[in-house]
Write a protein that binds this ligand. Structure first.
Ligand SMILES: Cc1ncc(COP(=O)(O)O)c(C=O)c1O
Length: 414
């Protein structure tokens, strides 16, 4: 079959909904300053889906530094990959600052978190090694594991007994291959907001020989006393052997990093293909990230504000009878019962009549007949926003339970 013909007929798991959802459920355009309120299709909405946890994307000091750096260096500088022509004192200084902040020996900057994570897994393990990873791991972990040429074992999400079983299998294998074991988990699971059970995972190090790699995309900047993430939160930061964080969430920017021992970081510098064969992170992003880190480090009030909003939102929703699963972070999933069509109509109602914009997750990401509203509080939200949203959610949940969203035509479009 002609490739283009095949693609025409098979649009992929999400692409099959493109006609119904383009511009509304998929690729919506949120306009205006990144804030709690933004404009969607010409109308102001209360937005709960930006991942701008600390509100740094639009912090006035950050905006000033971003703009000055762009003016001074342009967006192209430096050209080339770090290894060849794209290294600068700014990159190295930021790596040092991050390592210090996280209590690690060294850090490597990544031009994108996703690619960086894929490459790091690819670089760290070879065919003799075994990767053991959580079943709800982010796509970048799954794709990294896909590149792995040795055995990989998945364990049921956060199930320590299952992890131990897989570690036993992995140990049997590496005894024959003379390889090593890498365990990979998320710190904060970005979809449902629960934490990787790092404390219990780390305790298994007494029995099994493995290294722990934590993708803390949602925990960096939000969790732990200083914002150093879930390792800090659970008191096991030193036992997190390799720590991944991104600038794309709490830092409100783009780029990412991995912190570990000097030895591991140097190894990654010389072996991570997505960094060796791709352009260096532009200077305005590096300088901007440094400013963001300074604010996170020196201005704890910002994180306190995030948590004030997150706690008010989560306790208010629970009091109103909502099921928030097992969230242990600002990520606030709201689980409702209903099919895909009902979920779509509910979101339409929420957006058009209550002017609330949040993401909706349906089957197959969550079980059949589950609708998950994914609500991300930030330091920019107010307690009035929280109250308004809880009231609106109570209203739509009542309609959902009364069957009002069933069987309606989904009206959306670009
Ligand atoms: C858990 C997790 N890991 C990695 C990434 C990728 O990070 P980046 O946006 O920096 O590529 C994300 C972002 O969606 C994420 O949620």
């Amino acid at each position: 079959m002609d490739l283009f013909e095949k693609i025409k007929n098979n649009r992929g798991p999400l692409g099959q909904f493109a006609k119904a959802g383009q511009g509304y459920f998929f690729f919506p355009k949120l306009e205006g300053e990144i804030a709690n309120k933004m404009v969607f299709r010409g109308k102001e909405k209360l937005v709960w889906s930006t991942n701008n946890y600390l509100g740094l994307a639009n912090h006035p000091e950050v905006r000033k530094v971003d703009a000055e750096a762009a003016k001074e260096f342009g967006l192209g500088s430096p050209m080339g990959s770090r290894m060849l022509t794209g290294n600068t004192n700014y990159h190295e200084a930021l790596e040092k600052e991050l390592a210090e902040f996280l209590g690690k020996e060294d850090t490597i900057l990544l031009n994108y978190g996703y690619q960086g994570m894929v490459s790091a897994i690819d670089a760290l393990v070879d065919r003799n090694d075994v990767v053991v990873y959580d079943s709800e791991s982010h796509a970048c972990i799954v794709d990294g594991v896909r590149l792995h040429q040795g055995k990989r074992f998945v364990y049921t999400h956060n199930d320590i007994a299952k992890l131990e079983k897989q570690l036993t299998r992995a140990t049997n294998i590496i005894e024959k291959t003379n390889g090593s074991i890498l365990v990979v988990t998320e710190g904060v699971f970005g979809m449902a907001g629960d934490q990787g059970n790092l404390k219990d995972i780390v305790a298994l190090k007494k029995k099994y020989n493995f290294r722990l790699f934590v993708d803390d995309a949602h925990g960096f900047g939000t969790m732990g006393k200083t914002g150093a993430g879930v390792g800090e939160e659970q008191g096991v930061q030193d036992e997190v052997d390799i720590y991944f964080g991104t600038f794309a969430k709490a830092m409100g920017s783009i780029g990412a990093f991995i912190s570990s021992t000097e030895n591991v970081v140097e190894y990654l510098r010389y072996n991570s293909r997505s960094q060796i064969f791709a352009k260096s992170l532009p200077l305005p992003l590096v300088i901007g990230a440094s400013k963001r880190l300074e604010l996170l480090r020196d201005n704890p009030k910002i994180k306190e504000k995030l948590w004030e909003v997150a706690k008010a939102l989560q306790s208010g929703l629970k009091e109103a009878g909502f099921n928030l699963g097992n969230t242990q972070s600002p990520v606030t999933p709201v689980f409702l019962s209903g099919g895909i069509g009902e979920g779509a109509n509910l979101v339409l109602d929420l957006r058009e009549n209550f002017n609330i914009f949040c993401s909706v997750v349906v089957y197959p990401v969550v079980p059949k007949d589950t609708i998950m509203l994914r609500v991300i509080p930030t330091a920019m939200h107010t307690l009035e926003d929280v109250k308004y949203t809880i009231d609106a959610f109570s209203n739509i949940a009542g309609k959902l339970n009364a069957g009002e969203y069933r069987g309606k035509e989904i009206v959306a479009g670009s």
